[in-house]
Design a protein around this ligand. Structure first.
Ligand code: 5GP
Ligand code: MG
Length: 177
């Protein structure tokens, strides 16, 4: 079955630049900002956005990585899924504005689990959500504050997010499952 490119390298780069500016504008700078990626690719995207924000504002932004595996409400369906490391910034997240970052937003269950997992690490002032792709089909009242691309999809389609850090190439493609 064929696959179609929905974002190429330059488009991913522009989307991340735009999201970085949107985060800075909404936060009125970088004060109290912490980016937290959901592994694996969400963490790489969080690092890229943090790099852009640092370049724009001239100040480093703490980046963390939050594994949500053990907090999932569908863990029984995926018992063999192995947890990935959680690394929160040394300054913690108390009173911070945490921006969760993931590659694809679908049912919203991963984000629900992430909110639960975050709770174990402190009490942020606010939590926002950034996703490179919003493919719709939400099952929970969750929406993203920052979106790279809205990509209406059928439930049977599969979106592949490939990033240089993991896949040697930056591209997003969609194919039939
Ligand atoms: P949700 O929990 O919202 O149903 O799904 C979001 C999580 O599953 C994200 O961490 C995302 O990486 C992954 N995911 C869901 N659908 C897709 C998809 O079509 N493509 C990719 N690459 N990941 C997906
Ligand atoms: Mg993911």
């Amino acid at each position: 079955m064929g696959s179609r490119t929905v974002l190429e390298e330059s488009e991913i780069s522009r989307a991340l630049t735009r999201i970085s500016h949107e985060i800075i504008e909404a936060n009125k700078g970088v004060e109290g900002l912490v980016l937290v990626g959901i592994p694996t690719r969400g963490t790489s995207l969080a690092q890229r956005i943090a790099g852009q924000i640092s370049r724009i504002e001239g100040t480093d932004v703490p980046v963390g990585s939050l594994d949500v595996t053990m907090y999932r409400d569908d863990l029984a369906k995926h018992p063999t899924r192995s947890p990935r490391p959680t690394e929160m910034p040394v300054g913690g997240i108390d009173n911070a504005t945490v921006v969760l970052v993931d590659d694809v937003l679908f049912s919203g269950r991963t984000v629900r689990a992430a909110l639960d997992a975050l709770n174990d690490h402190g009490r942020p002032r606010a939590v926002r959500l950034a996703a490179l792709i919003d493919r719709g089909h939400r099952e929970l009242p969750i929406r993203a504050d920052y979106i790279g691309k809205n990509l209406p999809s059928s439930k049977h389609e599969r979106i592949s997010v490939r990033l240089v850090e993991h896949d040697g190439v930056d591209e997003v493609t969609i194919s039939q499952d």
